[in-house]
Design a protein around this ligand. Structure first.
Ligand code: NAD
Length: 473
């Protein structure tokens, strides 16, 4: 098995040491990733600094054209990337899986490439002219998680290079292979050093956060790591965008048609096997429809095919890694003491069916839990949904907001006006009515409270990769 290589200064660089990346569907080696050392990080920063000197002055239209070419490159290599992604991440090829993620990467790249950062004239009169310019920051460090490795790398890299920065990306050690390949492809289009990729373990990310040569870190991952990055970045006063964990609440009002919303609720919660930052992670259901919503949700979930992501008819794959599997299993064990298991909850049967290997956990729905129970209070980041009964809407809003996270939320009702009023009281960066987690490239996305700060996507997201310079004349 040939090891993958780092991508530094436009070249594929082998390293002395490699590490194994496991396929979560069979626990076999999916590929060998190069293990970058501090000297590789320094080389990548040096290359990115040199590239920045020229890239910053490339006219915006040419940078946009380069990003459009990247989109076409990804599109041409979509199937190879999707297969690799399924092998290392576990997600199915079909459904909302790898092919969908790569398609999303193409769409996001194209949309972002169409954005621009024009000079804004703040004043132009006898007193003088005042212009607001957006200037690239320099070298951007991108640190990504394992749930959507390709899409999240695109979300970090494309706006950074479009606005004139250069980038060093460090993918998660659980899923570095598709990102390394993605960045090889980008380097077929971009000048050398504009986008570099170094794979390694967590301490490589920590070294990036404190590196003198890096001006900004864009990070997607857990709250705990986000806090460490903030602390490490303080000394060099780095700009930060932190997209952290979520524990999104959905509030179902008493007027819904349970059969109609079951599919939306299911995919809101179980997209990517629940390993999605803005997935529905706590469901508050009004007493009037509680039993019916539970029944319809379970009936819909039973129809979903779980298995190895490489099988064309599978729509839910395994949990991505053993550490996450243990978190999910522990939370379910704890929830079973009080809650009523409506579906799943016992992985042994599924694992037997699928050959004992692989981190398979069945979609699990547990009713009759409440705030104060661990499965409700903590982010499960897996295929498990707690359902909570409520009687007064005020009570549901209070409980939804009673959490340190504030990424997304949703309200489900036939009365959209009423739902919008409730939505406006939810403490989260995005809120959906009668759907959950539908992000799009033309709408800013980010968290409030401990889900982080800064936004991605749209013009507001692009601005995050710039410093303001005001010119008075
Ligand atoms: P993680 O924080 O463990 O790791 C994310 C990345 O950070 C990896 O590349 C890792 O190597 C690196 N890292 C680890 N320690 C570091 C340190 N001290 N300094 C710098 N980098 C370090 O997260 P994960 O387990 O990969 O992802 C799951 C979490 O990510 C969940 O909490 C989920 O909600 C969150 N997430 C958030 C979003 C969002 O947009 N808000 C999107 C996806 C995932």
């Amino acid at each position: 098995m040939d090891p993958f290589r780092l991508v530094i200064n436009g070249k594929k660089i082998p390293t002395g040491k490699c590490f194994e990346v496991l396929n979560p569907a069979d626990e076999k080696v999916a590929g060998l990733a190069p293990l970058a050392r501090k000297k590789d990080l320094d080389a990548a920063v040096g290359a990115a600094e040199r590239a920045f000197e020229k890239w910053r002055d490339v006219p915006e239209a040419r940078r946009q054209a380069a990003c459009m070419k990247i989109a076409s490159k990804i599109e041409k290599n979509a199937e190879e990337l999707a297969q690799l992604l399924t092998r290392e991440q576990g997600k199915p090829l079909n459904g909302l899986g790898s092919r969908w993620e790569i398609g999303g990467a193409v769409a996001w790249t194209r949309y972002t490439a169409s954005l621009s950062l024009p000079v804004k004239v703040l004043q132009d009169n006898n007193e003088g002219r005042v212009e607001l310019h957006r200037k690239p920051i320099g070298v951007v460090g991108s640190i990504t998680p394992w749930n959507f490795p390709v899409l999240i790398a695109i979300w970090h890299i494309i706006p950074a290079v479009l606005s004139g920065n250069t980038v060093i990306c460090k993918p998660s050690p659980f899923t570095p292979l598709s990102t390394l390949r993605l960045i090889e492809l980008m380097n077929e289009v971009l000048p050398k050093g504009v986008v570099n990729c170094i794979a390694g373990k967590d301490k490589l990310g920590a070294a990036m956060a404190s590196h003198e040569g890096i001006g900004k870190i864009v990070f997607t991952g857990s709250c705990a790591t986000g806090q460490k990055i903030m602390a490490n970045a303080a000394e060099t006063m780095k700009r930060l965008t932190l997209e952290l964990g979520g524990n999104d609440a959905g509030i179902v009002l008493g007027d819904v048609d349970p059969g109609e919303i079951a599919e939306g609720l299911f995919w809101g919660a179980f997209i990517n096997g629940g390993q999605t930052c803005a997935a529905l992670k706590r469901l508050y259901v009004h007493d009037d429809v509680y039993d019916d919503v539970c029944d319809e949700l379970v009936a819909f979930a039973r129809k979903m095919k779980i298995g190895k992501g490489s099988a064309e008819d599978v729509v839910i794959g395994p949990v991505q890694n053993e550490r996450q599997y243990d978190i999910v299993a522990g939370l379910v064990r704890n929830a079973k003491r009080k809650g009523r298991v409506l579906l799943g909850g016992n992985p042994a049967k599924l694992r037997r069916k699928l050959g004992e290997k692989g981190y398979f956990y069945p979609p699990t729905i547990i009713a009759d839990l409440d705030n104060g129970d661990r499965l409700v209070d903590e982010e499960q980041f897996g295929p498990v949904l707690p359902v909570i009964r409520y009687r007064r809407v005020e009570e549901a809003i209070d409980k939804a907001n009673d959490n340190p996270n504030g990424l997304g939320g949703s309200v489900w009702s036939r009365n959209v006006d009423k739902a919008r009023k409730i939505a406006s009281r939810m403490e989260c960066g995005s809120v959906w009515i009668n759907k959950h987690g539908m992000i799009q490239p033309n709408a800013p996305f980010g968290g409030v409270k401990r889900s982080g700060f800064g936004v991605e996507f749209a013009e507001e997201g692009l601005q995050e990769y710039t410093d303001i310079q005001v010119v008075f004349s």
